[in-house]
Design a protein around this ligand. Structure first.
Ligand code: SME
Length: 160
């Protein structure tokens, strides 16, 4: 059994989450298993989220992957929504207010802000990691850096 408390002893914030995530994923490299674990870890350990999970790159279209939260739309083209913008540009999309984002796809009406991180390995877009919050402006620049660090730990620990 993984002791997440012990894994992060003496650390706080994203340093703590990073140490815990490394411990959680150690010993397993399967993509689906690690993506499912990572989604649950984010949903339960990052405050104020209503959705956390993956959309997978399937021939320039995003397909719903492992997630936690309300049921969601299954397929998203690269030219639609915050997730599509992250996939098309390969740049993290940090959206203060999703209602002001042209083309935002409202899967869960509780969502008011969103952070989407593209996951790129060896030059290939593997997936995007999507985090939604009911709070407008939930994600700061520090949150973006911290969550990008967690995404990098996931990619390094996982076969894609
Ligand atoms: N809001 C996203 C769609 C996915 S859900 O948030 C889970 C978007 O605009 O791409």
């Amino acid at each position: 059994m993984i002791d997440l408390q012990q894994a992060g002893e003496g650390l706080d914030g994203y340093a703590l989450l990073s140490a815990q995530l490394e411990a959680l994923l150690a010993g397993e490299r399967d993509f689906i298993a690690n993506a499912a674990q990572f989604s649950a870890f984010l949903y339960h350990h990052v405050e104020d989220l209503n959705w956390a999970g993956f959309y997978l790159n399937r021939n320039e279209e995003l397909l719903l992957g492992p997630f936690q939260g309300q049921v969601a739309c299954v397929r998203i083209p690269f030219d639609r929504g915050v997730c599509g913008a992250a996939a098309a540009t390969r740049q993290t999309q940090r959206v203060e207010d999703v209602h002001a984002f042209p083309g935002h796809i409202a899967c869960d009406s509780a969502s008011n802000s969103e952070l989407v991180i593209p996951l790129v390995k060896d030059g290939q877009l593997i997936a995007v990691l999507d985090l939604d919050s009911p709070t407008v402006g939930r994600f700061s620049e520090d949150d973006q850096r911290g969550l990008e660090r967690l995404a990098a730990i996931f990619l390094a620990a996982t076969d894609c």
